[in-house]
Design a protein. Structure first.
Length: 242
């Protein structure tokens, strides 16, 4: 199977890094501080959505700015506590790509995204964060902006995502996208996409390998525009998925 691609667009949390431990600690404390019950919290889709939308779903409008500042503070300050780590295969995968052919597209704020990426030693040339857009995932605006900053047609990008909100954002712009299936089984992921098919569901479902990019890397044969020998060339090649 050939997927023509000029650039790769990666979600961050759950795709490149695991921040689950930190997220659970911080959001649990945040909910307690703002008087949100477990039942109320469970009714809101959290994964892959900007904090501003989550807060708006749970709190009165006049409280949202304070709540946003607080969750960002909690999460940024929690980064050194060890709740964020690089997922297997990520560094080798990104090292195989020219810096101007990939971007990180996240629902986190820039301050939080940079803190987490810096903690694991990933320094993307192009980063699109929640602060950079007016509408977050599942709206396609973040991916449109990333493609524009890379200077490529959004339809010629491949999106790597782990959350239904992000997959819907990728699908909305007709980007090809890979689903890293670690939060649910393939069929469940498809149901959460409203029955629409991602290009591929990658993953074992085994908890210890959640978000593991090694299976993807093994099936990616580097092509000229992604090979280190021809950095800087502008022609289009393809990802070959065995």
């Amino acid at each position: 199977m050939k997927i023509p691609a000029e650039a790769l667009l990666f979600d961050n949390d759950g795709t490149l890094v695991s921040s689950l431990e930190s997220v659970q600690r911080c959001w649990t404390r945040w909910a307690e501080e703002f008087g949100i019950t477990a039942e109320e919290f469970a009714r809101v889709e959290l994964h892959g959505r900007p904090a501003v939308e989550i807060a708006a779903d749970l709190l009165p409008a006049d409280v949202v700015p304070q709540a946003l500042a607080r969750i960002e503070q909690l999460e940024v300050e929690d980064v050194p506590n060890g709740g964020v780590h690089l997922l297997p295969g990520t560094r080798a995968f990104l090292d195989a790509l020219p810096a101007d052919r990939w971007a990180v597209v996240t629902s986190a704020t820039r301050r939080l995204a940079e803190a987490r990426l810096d903690a694991v030693g990933i320094l993307p040339k192009t980063l699109v964060a929640a602060d950079d857009v007016t509408r977050g995932k599942p709206d396609p605006e973040p991916y449109l902006l990333a493609a524009r900053e890379l200077g490529v047609d959004p339809a010629r990008c491949v999106v790597f995502e782990d959350a239904p909100a992000g997959l819907r954002a990728g699908r909305a712009r007709r980007n090809d996208h890979r689903g890293l299936d670690h939060n649910s089984s393939g069929p469940r992921a498809r149901r959460r996409l409203g029955g629409r098919e991602p290009v591929g569901i990658v993953g074992t479902g085994h908890r210890r390998e959640r978000g593991d990019l090694r299976p993807v890397l093994k099936r990616v044969h580097r092509c000229p525009s992604f090979g280190q020998r021809v950095l800087g060339r502008s022609h289009t090649s393809a990802l070959l998925i065995a």
